[in-house]
Design a binder for this molecule. Structure first.
Ligand code: MN3
Length: 217
């Protein structure tokens, strides 16, 4: 079974952009429920000791939408937590050059990221990804969909566009949330490590390994 990873920082660490209240609901309720439901669905189908990345991709390929939605949301949220840092950072190293090549500069990337996320209709996610040719681009995905199901894409950063991610703190102002988020919270050190993995065709971030479930024994 998969487990719910702890936040990599205290609940209040991302305030004022994201309050402790939002983080408690988002991690302890929303994320926890995706993890719990994923485990229930896996148990119904005989249990699984596969890693979450494999579960997500297999569910998508086999058209198991129910399992895909829950397992991808479990993955997306854990990835989202590590994409944020309480310490304000700037892109560094080779990532700076890649951002310049793809967007011109950091403000231009911010504008693309915020605009794509603000104009995305309904629930979903906005991502900075590296494509198979090693170029950076911004994409948005609907509901639970993520770059795991698109071959060749490596995610560097993501921001949650579901209303539960920002409504307590920013109400209906998704654009304001995204602007504040982009200025204060991206974990650029993490993005740079994902960029290195994409460039070397190595393995990027992985969800914590599954533990053996009672049902599988
Ligand atoms: Mn969410």
């Amino acid at each position: 079974m998969i487990t719910l990873p702890d936040l990599p920082y205290p609940y209040e660490a991302l305030a004022p952009v994201i309050s402790a209240d939002t983080m408690h609901f988002h991690h302890d309720k929303h994320h926890a429920t995706y993890v719990k439901t994923t485990n229930e669905l896996l148990a119904e189908s005989g249990g699984a000791s596969q890693d979450l990345e494999t579960i997500v991709v297999d569910a998508h390929r086999s058209g198991n939408q129910k399992l895909f939605n829950q397992s991808a949301q479990a993955w997306n949220h854990a990835f989202f937590w590590v994409c944020m840092s309480p310490d304000r950072q700037s892109p560094n190293g080779e990532l700076t050059g890649a951002i310049a090549s793809a967007f011109g500069d950091l403000p231009a990337l911010k504008n693309t990221f915020v605009t794509d996320g603000a104009e995305h209709f309904g629930s979903g996610w906005v991502w900075l990804v590296a494509d198979g040719s090693g170029a950076l681009k911004v994409i948005s995905t609907h509901d639970a969909a993520d770059p795991l199901i698109e071959s060749g894409l490596t995610p560097l950063l993501v921001c949650d566009l579901w209303e539960h991610a920002y409504y307590l703190d920013h109400q209906n102002n998704r654009k304001g949330f995204l602007e504040a988020w982009f200025d204060a919270l991206p974990n650029w050190d993490f993005a740079a490590s994902q960029w290195s993995a994409a460039r070397s065709r190595g393995q990027g971030w992985r969800y914590p390994a599954p533990t053996r479930s009672m049902a599988a024994e």
